[in-house]
Design a protein around this ligand. Sequence first.
Ligand code: CMP
Length: 137
Amino acid sequence: MNRTLAILKPDCLEKKIQGKVIQQIIDAGFTIKGMRLIKLTPESAQKFYEVHKERPFYSALVEYMTSGPVIPMALEKENAVADYRKLIGATNPEKADEGTIRKLYADSIERNIVHGSDSDENAAKEIAHFFNESDIV
Ligand code: CMP
């Protein structure tokens, strides 16, 4: 079994589709091993997205990610990182495959409904950003 870190972003909760998105994740075979409802502080969002800090969209991304509550989830499944990225689709919803979460619900490359880890190594780091190992069921 492998793990990945998912975040339902502020636009997901604003649109009140968190229930639908969670159901789609469960239906795709993922088990939710950890789940929180939180509002990120700027410091926490800056740290989480530190790899993007030189990118032109970094400050807008931090502002957006702190604009409302988010739901981080630790998910488990065989091949979790790749399978979850397939389920959510490309970062830019215009390029996402039909039926993916971003194609169905996202408005733009920034406001793209969900986050997913891009490697097993980053999944472990990102899960640790939000969860203590003792929080994982
Ligand atoms: P996420 O998968 O959370 O990882 C980094 C986030 O930065 C990404 O989703 C988008 O929300 C945002 N992002 C990535 N590329 C761009 C871009 N070119 N312009 C604006 N936001 C971006």
